[in-house]
Write a new protein. Structure first.
Length: 513
């Protein structure tokens, strides 16, 4: 009894002290005290290995989001979130055209949803809270009917506080498999989920429960993470063709991947679409939420490195594929042709509508409540900020001080309020303008829900190779033109896939009727 009273008095004193410090504490700006998201690992179960789950049409699968402890390569476990306790979440593989029921349960203490990124699902299952569904409250269930009309690599992630929930581990891959002819040899497929974590001391840098932060430039990490670990290693036979299904699950960072040691690198697909033909390449750039299928031909000995090699900054090894010298040498049969043939037909059919398609221009904008302390402002921005150090300019910015917006250029209206409408079956040329004149110009990966599009040009220059995409990286000071196939009825979101920009208002809606 007595010790209890002393303990309560101590708690009270502590509370008073922290409140006083929060209000009167030193510092250039009197920020209101923020509630920190719990980092305690007491009683939290540890993560389990990522599973591969094959879902037949008509099947149901249970998926839960819950806190787990996981070691993302720090040498000790920290508190994270996992789908079914896994980081990344289970790899779901389903046949093209199938419908599966995902019985989702929220076992977090905060609301969440699941968004099937790039999958042209029915609007009711798109996972946008307040638009397609109410957020799934802690302890509640929601059943998603996921229909997959397109073959390719997709991802699923929350659509509530992505800056926090996705960063803590809620992201998984969905692979939709098209028909595979008996005479086609499929390379071994390996899924790679790329991420970066911002580590401070021995934990991930704190999140505020009441508001996102770092919204000016986004939360760039200082540690790379591949499939939930600090590095990744695989094996393959000499000469073997290996198919990498790569997803960028970072909040803000774009990756530029290189594969030193490979005897051949072929780009097979970008986002949810195959290229009309495999294209030999030296590097692959992936903005947040973008995907690529890359085929690597193994050398006869040694191995292949997977590196992040952005121009102008130090490159880093993310993982490696080692030649298994005991395995017999393989002759590369080339990439299976079926998906490319189907893509070529569908891309050509859409491109025949490009010229006559009406155009609309969306303008990216930045509004600051007060000047950024110590920020040099515009000048000539790099087209892409490949890395951003965690600093005092970016750190404290919140949606209260920084507003990122998408405007309809013709009317200057915010796309969250003035919602354009398009007829189902029509094609629209959407021009996305990212002015260099903004107070802080930077690249934005712009993502459209529910539809697919082809990138026609960046700054007037054609951008081969083409594929069906759902996200386009618009470098600072450039204009991207995309051809959107308005195929899926509903009201859909368009937004920047830098999580912190989305939280700061960089979103809008459009309707397909
Ligand atoms: Cu992957 Cu609206 O997002
Ligand atoms: Cu952005």
């Amino acid at each position: 009894m007595r010790t209890h009273r002393i303990a309560s008095l101590l708690v009270l004193a502590l509370l008073l002290a922290t409140t006083v410090a929060g209000c009167l504490g030193p510092g250039p700006r009197k920020a209101p005290p923020h509630t920190l998201v719990s980092r305690s690992i007491d009683g939290i179960p540890s993560s389990t290995a990522t599973e591969v789950v094959r879902l037949a049409t008509g099947s149901s699968y249970r998926l839960a989001a819950r806190p787990v402890t996981h070691d993302p390569g720090l040498g000790h476990p920290i508190r994270m979130f996992g789908y079914n306790g896994q980081i990344p979440g289970p790899v779901l593989r389903m046949p093209q055209g199938a419908t599966v029921s995902i019985e989702f349960r929220n076992e977090l203490t905060i609301p969440t949803t699941v968004h099937w990124h790039g999958v042209r699902v029915a609007a009711a299952f798109d996972g946008v809270p307040g638009q397609s569904q109410p957020a799934v409250e802690p302890g509640a269930f929601f059943t998603y009917q996921v229909t997959a009309p397109d073959e390719g690599v997709f991802l699923y992630h929350p659509h509530v506080r992505e800056d926090l929930q996705q960063e803590l581990g809620l992201a998984g891959v969905l692979v939709v498999e098209g028909p595979r002819a008996a005479n086609e040899t499929w390379p071994a497929e390996r899924v790679l989920v790329l991420d970066d974590l911002l580590v401070e001391g021995d934990d991930i840098a704190p999140f505020w429960e009441d508001t996102p932060n770092r919204v000016l430039m986004g939360r760039y990490g200082n540690r790379f993470v591949v499939n939930g670990d600090a590095t990744w290693e695989g094996n393959a036979a000499p000469g073997e063709r290996v198919r990498l299904e790569i997803v960028n699950a970072a909040n803000a960072r774009p990756f530029r991947l290189t594969f030193p040691g490979a005897s051949r690198i072929e780009l097979i697909a970008l986002d949810g679409g195959y290229l009309a033909d495999p294209v030999e390449t030296a590097s692959v750039t992936l903005a947040p939420s973008e995907r690529a299928i890359v085929d690597i031909a193994m050398p006869l000995s040694g191995g292949v490195e997977i590196r992040n090699s952005p121009p102008g900054i130090a490159s880093a090894q993310l993982g490696r594929l080692l030649v298994d010298g005991s395995a017999p040498m393989r002759i590369d049969p080339g990439a299976p042709a079926g998906p490319h043939r189907r893509a070529a037909d569908s891309l050509a059919a859409a491109m025949s509508n490009a010229l006559g398609a009406p155009a609309t221009t969306w303008l990216l904008d930045l509004q600051l409540k007060e000047p950024l302390p110590g920020h040099a402002g515009h000048g000539s921005p790099p087209p892409i900020e490949w890395d951003v150090p965690d600093d005092e300019v970016n750190g404290p910015t919140t949606p209260d001080s920084v507003r990122w917006l998408i405007l309809d250029k013709a009317t200057a209206a915010d796309l969250r309020e003035a919602v354009p409408s398009y007829a189902a079956g029509s094609y629209v040329r959407v021009v996305v303008e990212n002015p260099a004149s903004l107070e802080h110009p930077m690249q934005h990966p712009i993502h459209l829900h529910g539809q697919r599009f082809i990138v026609l040009t960046i700054d007037g220059q054609p951008t081969p190779p083409q594929s069906w995409k759902d996200t386009v990286l618009v470098p600072a000071g450039t204009t991207a033109t995309i051809l959107v196939e308005m195929s899926n009825p509903g009201t859909w979101m368009v937004h920047c896939h830098i999580s912190e920009h989305l939280e700061a208002g960089m979103e809008g809606y459009f309707t397909v009727t």
